[in-house]
Write a protein that binds this ligand. Structure first.
Ligand code: PBG
Length: 327
């Protein structure tokens, strides 16, 4: 039979398959999310995220060195404070957990790139991402607190701040606050397209940040919508976001691709706690090949348009790249 086009010709062996690859993994695109808590000598495994831990500042620093040694050169820090209150004052306290962890880490491990999550849900007694008015988060008064939080992170040495609260206008509020205080060089990675998602469940266990009543649907996005995600991304770019993020990853690659096509800033993709937990659980049961699944998930994020991939598997991906298992 006459057949001029034979796609299999380019799959003949590993050399040609690799030569024609459209997407390649690179360790420099990885960001590792990490949890820091009060105390000393603590490495506490998160029950719903086997292999992920909460660290006290001293063990956090040990972990940072290990990450760097494996070629993971950027982390995203989440703080777990000892005390919470109505107005989340631990978030913008210059002696808060993130601020102290940052100061110590910048000194001990200066080559790491430090991104901080800017939000209030870990610090408020009600678990919502801002201050309340009745049963809902009050947008505009929350902006000042988020801006103060971002500034306190910058003062403590953050290389980049990443607001995840989903309040309207927060990128502009943070940009202004940073600029007024001499931090115009600190970029903002906005969690621009963040959906109200069940995939955050294990994170909320890890950070003890589940809302005590209601849900986050009046600020995080409805997952039925993609054009609304484009609106959020474009708005944040106009407000000065240097990078926009789409979150979660796996179930939102259509959104990632569309956002990538309409913005001219780098796009990040966050493979969240629930995605990690699902893969881990299946792997622990021997039902899937964890390494290969992790490789496919990472490649799919880049293929869909991400330039930055935030993942609890960052260290493992780095090792698998070194070993030539994925690439
Ligand atoms: C804080 C925040 C959350 C995540 C990142 N920043 C939780 C939430 O919005 O409830 C989720 C990360 C993950 O699930 O891995 N607002």
């Amino acid at each position: 039979m006459e057949m001029i086009k034979r796609p299999r010709r380019l799959r003949e062996n590993a050399v040609i398959r690799k030569m024609v690859r459209e997407t390649r993994l690179d360790k420099s695109s990885l960001v590792y999310p990490i949890f820091v808590m009060e105390g000393e000598g603590i490495t506490e495994e998160i029950p719903s995220m086997p292999g992920q831990y909460r660290y006290s500042i001293d063990t956090f620093i040990v972990k940072l060195k290990e990450l760097l040694a494996h070629g993971v050169s950027s982390v995203m820090i989440f703080g777990i404070p000892d005390q919470k209150d109505e107005i989340g004052s631990g978030a913008y306290d210059s002696n808060g957990i993130v601020q102290r962890a940052l100061r110590a880490a910048k000194k001990a491990v200066p080559d790491m790139y430090y991104i901080t999550d800017v939000c209030m849900c870990e610090y408020t007694s009600h678990g919502h991402c801002g201050v309340l008015n009745g049963n809902d988060v009050d947008n505009d008064p929350t902006l000042e607190l988020l801006a103060k939080t971002a500034l306190s992170h910058a003062e403590a040495g953050a290389d980049m701040v990443a607001p995840s609260d989903m309040m309207d206008g927060r990128v502009l509020a943070i940009r202004r606050k940073l600029d007024e205080n001499g931090y115009s060089r600190v970029p903002i990675m906005s969690y621009a397209v963040k959906y109200a998602s069940a995939f955050y469940g294990p994170f909320r266990d890890a950070a003890d940040s589940a809302p005590k009543f209601g849900d986050r649907k009046t600020y995080q996005m409805d997952f039925h919508n993609v054009r609304e995600g484009i609106k959020e991304a474009l708005t944040d770019v106009e407000e000065g976001a240097d990078i926009v993020m789409v979150k979660p990853a796996m179930s939102f690659h259509d959104v990632l691709t569309k956002v990538h096509d309409v913005v001219n800033v780098p796009v990040a993709c966050y493979s969240v706690s629930g995605e990690y937990a699902m893969v881990k659980a299946a792997a622990q049961n021997g039902w899937i090949d964890e390494d290969r699944i992790v490789g496919e998930m990472a490649v799919s994020a880049f293929r869909a348009g991400a330039q930055i991939y935030i993942t609890y598997y960052a260290e493992r991906i780095a090792r698998l790249i070194d070993e030539g298992v994925i690439g």
